[in-house]
Design a protein around this ligand. Structure first.
Ligand SMILES: [Zn+2]
Ligand SMILES: [Zn+2]
Length: 105
């Protein structure tokens, strides 16, 4: 994955280069969940930096938790742009046919 300028919240979706300022965290979180439309976010998602996994009955709430957690990583290490793939997200995108297999790999 490409590096981002310091001080940005970057979208971790395949093929998306969208970036947001730290103060626009709400926009960044909803931008991410909009990638799943017309579906809700997946019920199990992972951090793109560490092994933390998020799951629950409310996918929107789970998504919020994931993104706020990832935001803390991005702020602590702003040059480090999502070193891990979230296969919870990627498998879901593939299952819903929202991405093609070449973006997945
Ligand atoms: Zn995006
Ligand atoms: Zn983490």
């Amino acid at each position: 994955m490409t590096q981002i300028p310091a001080g940005s919240l970057s979208c971790d979706f395949p093929g998306c280069k969208q970036q947001f300022k730290y103060e626009n965290v709400i926009d960044w979180i909803s931008h991410g969940s909009n990638h799943f439309l017309p579906h809700p976010p997946p019920s199990t998602v992972n951090c793109t930096f560490c092994e933390t996994q998020f799951s629950g009955d409310d996918p929107d709430n789970t998504w919020n938790q994931r993104m706020k957690h990832i935001k803390d990583h991005l702020i602590r290490d702003p040059r480090n742009n999502h070193p891990k793939k979230d296969f919870g997200v990627l498998d879901y995108l593939l299952e819903k046919q929202l991405i093609s297999t070449d973006l997945y790999n």
